[in-house]
Design a protein around this ligand. Sequence first.
Ligand SMILES: [Zn+2]
Length: 91
Amino acid sequence: MTKNANASERRHRIVARKPVTVMVREKLVCPYCGNDEEFYEVAENAYVVVHFLQNEDGTFVPVEENMEVAGLVKFYCGRCQADLSHLRDKF
Ligand SMILES: [Zn+2]
C-alpha cells in the first residue's frame, strides 16, 4: 500500500454567509399625538384568580395568576389616552 501523498494538502473552507433577514415591523404610532412608546390595555369583564402560599409568619406570596377576559380588550395611547383598539388588530 502506498501512503497518500496528498495528506498534507491544505484545505480551504469557504464559509458562505447567508444574508440575514431582519423582520422589519411597522411601528405603531398614535395618529393623534405621535406617541410610539407608551400604550396600555384595558380588559373589560376580566376574571382574575390569584393563588397564594402562606408563609410561616402569616404573609402571603402570590404563586400563580390566571385571568380570563370575557369582555373586550381595549388598547389606548399612553400619552393622549386615545382609543387605538382598531390599530392593535395589526399585530
Ligand atoms: Zn396619543
